[in-house]
Ligand binder design. Structure first.
Ligand SMILES: [Zn+2]
Length: 374
């Protein structure tokens, strides 16, 4: 009998809030099944395995035919609250760690989300939007740095269980040591430009490198994890700058007390990610995002992670965002892929069933409870 992991709860270590106004039909919904922002990609989405899995899994969730018409009729009839509650209960989610730095204008606040999702909900703070806001508010570099340090202080007592950086999609993961003077000079030109425009999307490599290293130091001081996006994600990324192996300066001994969680499986650099998690005691491999968006490879990705990294170093997430159905599809595909890989190793004789279930529990929830101090 194949392993069934449905009874093992999930701590979702990387996920996002939900749109207050849900898409009501196929056209709006379909856009959430691609990472591309190009509207012309919408016509290609139905020819992807994520789309085919989504039809199948939502038919199961709603008890309807696996057709877009039947599924969208069911979505409209049940509504956001029913769907969210049902996804949490049937998906057996224990906790969602919500990145609050994404689409905050149109999504539910954490309190609103807590009202409809019957699981524990905790906050992860995305650094780049915080940095952008503080630069726009600042008069000079010294004042900015004081405000930045203050916003990183005493994280747990303020209900924050993790930090997160998207530097991969801005100036890349090859962070270099940048002194305060060089960072100050970079700040001046970024600050002038931001004040003139009244808005900022920070991409200055010296400034970001300096500030993200400060955040890693704070993570080490407080033992609060810092997450890095690696591999696939934003559509404007440069795929040559997102290999997690490029993060090497933060794998140094002086940051060893910082729990570092590398997100998105590093896809396509999955083996880089597995290697880093296998080498450095404080580095963890998060298996989210690619399980969804590379749905046809979910088993291969899981096989590569488990193939090298210890089960105690792998964390589960969906990277679901905006529509609650993605949580359901992510949980179903993730548990299925993990069960298939563990089954392979049981069949080979490397694992007995009890050990396999123990590993599944570690990956699906116990590791995250420990790493994030939940
Ligand atoms: Zn993500």
């Amino acid at each position: 009998m194949p392993l069934d992991l449905a009874h093992i709860p999930i701590v979702d270590g990387h996920c996002h809030s939900l749109l207050r106004q849900q898409p009501l039909g196929e056209d709006g919904f379909r856009l959430h099944l691609t990472e591309s922002y190009h509207p012309a990609m919408a016509e290609h989405v139905p020819h992807s395995l994520l789309y085919r899995w989504t039809l199948r899994e939502l038919a199961e969730l709603f008890g309807c035919d696996p057709t877009p018409d039947a599924i969208h009729a069911a979505r409209r009839e049940r509504g956001l609250e029913w769907i969210t509650r049902t996804v949490v209960e049937r998906g057996n989610f224990r906790t969602w760690l919500i990145d609050t730095g994404f689409d905050t204008g149109s999504t539910l606040s954490l309190d609103d989300l807590r009202r409809i999702a019957p699981c524990r909900i905790e906050e992860v703070v995305r650094l780049e939007p915080l940095i952008e806001r503080l630069i726009l508010e600042a008069d000079g570099f010294d004042g900015f740095l004081d405000a930045y340090r203050a916003s990183l202080a005493n994280l747990r007592s303020r209900g924050i269980v993790g930090l997160k950086s998207i530097i991969a999609y801005r100036s890349g993961l090859a962070i270099e040591p940048v002194g305060r003077d060089a960072a100050g000079r970079a700040f001046s030109s970024v600050h002038d430009d931001a004040k003139r425009r009244g808005t900022l999307r920070i991409g200055s490599k010296p400034l970001l490198d300096h500030l993200i290293v400060l955040a890693v130091e704070e993570s080490a001081r407080q033992g609060v994890p810092i997450q890095f996006h690696t591999g696939l994600g934003d559509p404007d990324l440069d795929l040559t700058m997102v290999d997690p192996a490029a993060l090497r300066i933060i794998f140094a001994d002086r940051f060893r007390a910082a729990p570092i969680v590398l997100l998105h499986t590093g896809y396509p650099y999955v083996r880089s990610l597995a290697y880093l998690a296998a080498m450095f005691p404080n580095v963890y491999a998060d298996m989210g995002e690619a399980i969804l968006f590379a749905a046809g490879e979910a088993t291969e990705i899981t096989r590569e992670l488990v193939g090298l990294a210890p089960a105690s170093k792998i964390l589960f997430s969906t990277d679901a965002s905006l529509v609650p159905e993605l949580y359901w599809v992510g949980a179903r595909l993730g548990r299925r892929a993990l069960a298939r890989v563990l089954d392979e190793h049981i069949a080979e004789g490397a694992l007995d069933e009890r050990t396999a279930l123990d590993w599944a529990e570690m990956i699906l929830w116990r590791n995250s409870e420990r790493v994030y101090g939940l």
